[in-house]
Design a protein around this ligand. Structure first.
Ligand SMILES: [Ca+2]
Ligand SMILES: [Ca+2]
Length: 247
C-alpha cells in the first residue's frame, strides 16, 4: 500500500535521510531541494529475498582450432600381417653331386625283360616275320646302313639275321621277296678282307653266294646282302637296306 505524502520544506528534516543510511533495501527516498515541497513515494518496508537463479544460456559459437599438440610416445607393436603372395620362380641352382649307386632291381624288371623278348611282344614289334625252329626272323620295315640296322636289332634284343642253314636262309628270302627290298645279314669281312664272320667274330658255317660273289667290288664291299632269289652278294656297308633281325 503506497503512501503518498506531499510535505512542505518544514517537514523535510523529519524524513529526509540518505539512501545509504536506509535500514531496508529497496526503500526509495527522493529528496527535494529546500524551499520546495518534496514528493516522497514510499513503499512499505519489507525484506527483499534474492531472486531465483537464471536459466542456463545458449551454447556459444565453436572456438578456433587449437595449435598442434606434442608428438605422442611410440605405440605398441601391432599384430603380424597376413602372408603375402608367392614370389617369382628363382634361378636354377647348380648341379648337385652324383648320387651313390642304387641297389639291384627286383625280380619284376627281369620278368618285364622276358616279356619284351616273348614271341607275343616280338610279333607286335615286327609283325612281318618268319619262325624257323626256335629262331624268329622279323622286320619292322625300317631302312638304314649296316651299323644303324645292327644297332636297331640289338636294341630290340636280337641281332641282324644270320642264317646258318638252308631253312633259315629260305625264311630270309621270303621276307626279302615279300617286301621287295634287300637286307643286310649279320655277316661281314670288315676285320679281315675275304674272311667273313658273324657279329661275334666267329667264321661263318653256312653261305649261299651268288655266282661270282663275293668280289669286293671297288674294294669297298665288306657287308652281305640277300637278293630276292636268296643268293648272297658282298656290298658296301653304307648302303641303306631293309632291317631284318633274328631273335
Ligand atoms: Ca670285302
Ligand atoms: Ca659284291
Amino acid at each position: 500500500m503506497l503512501l503518498l505524502l506531499l510535505l512542505c520544506a518544514s517537514l523535510i528534516p523529519v524524513i529526509s535521510q540518505s539512501p545509504t543510511s536506509s535500514s531496508y533495501p529497496g526503500q526509495v527516498v527522493k529528496k527535494m531541494e529546500s524551499n520546495a515541497c518534496t514528493l516522497v513515494v514510499c513503499r512499505p518496508a519489507e525484506r527483499v529475498l534474492p531472486g531465483r537463479d537464471g536459466r542456463d544460456g545458449i551454447v556459444g559459437p565453436q572456438g578456433k582450432k587449437g595449435d598442434q599438440g606434442l608428438q605422442g610416445a611410440i605405440g605398441l607393436q601391432g599384430p603380424q600381417g597376413i602372408t603375402g603372395p608367392s614370389g617369382p620362380k628363382g634361378d636354377r641352382g647348380p648341379t648337385g653331386e652324383k648320387g651313390a649307386k642304387g641297389d639291384t632291381g627286383d625280380r619284376g624288371e627281369c620278368q618285364q625283360n622276358n616279356l619284351e623278348l616273348s614271341p607275343y611282344f616280338l610279333a607286335l614289334t615286327f609283325p612281318n616275320g618268319k619262325i624257323v625252329g626256335d629262331k624268329i626272323f622279323m622286320t619292322s620295315g625300317y631302312e638304314g646302313n649296316f651299323d644303324d640296322l645292327k644297332k636297331k636289332c640289338m636294341q630290340a634284343g636280337g641281332q641282324l639275321a644270320s642264317p646258318r642253314n638252308n631253312e633259315e636262309n629260305a625264311a630270309v628270302q621270303q621276307i626279302v621277296f615279300t617286301h621287295d627290298k634287300s637286307v643286310f645279314l649279320g655277316i661281314n669281312d670288315i676285320q679281315t678282307e675275304g674272311k667273313f664272320t658273324y657279329l661275334d667274330g666267329k667264321p661263318i658255317v653256312y653261305s649261299n653266294w651268288q655266282p661270282g660273289e663275293p668280289n669286293n667290288d671297288k674294294g669297298i664291299e665288306d657287308c652281305v646282302q640277300v637278293f630276292s632269289t636268296g643268293k648272297w652278294n658282298d656290298k658296301s656297308c653304307d648302303e641303306r637296306l631293309l632291317i631284318l633281325c633274328e631273335f
